[in-house]
Ligand binder design. Sequence first.
Ligand code: FES
Length: 114
Amino acid sequence: MAKNRVICTQNNVDYLSIRMAMASGARTVDELVKSVGVCSECEGCKSELNAILSSVCGCKEVSLEAVVNAVKNGADTVEKVGEITGAGTGVDKETGEECGKCKVLIQNIIDLGR
Ligand code: FES
């Protein structure tokens, strides 16, 4: 799991703020501009936003596309998405405990269907 760090150096927007915006429905750079105020033009935005937006579960390296496809194919709970894609089933490498940090985002993808 990625530690928190500033992504948008222009407007001082950090990784966790971007992930929280995604969990509230942001899926595009334009939506992140509106929701958390990333500039979309600094080096951090240009080099990292698309990769952050395309990833759901860092522990299991599961993409947004894979989760959306699972939902479109009938996975209607976080657990079902996890069974199909592995998303949400990671273990924290330091503590050995279940991670699950991406489950809120998975639920939002289920709710929005995208
Ligand atoms: S990010 Fe850790 S389980 Fe998905």
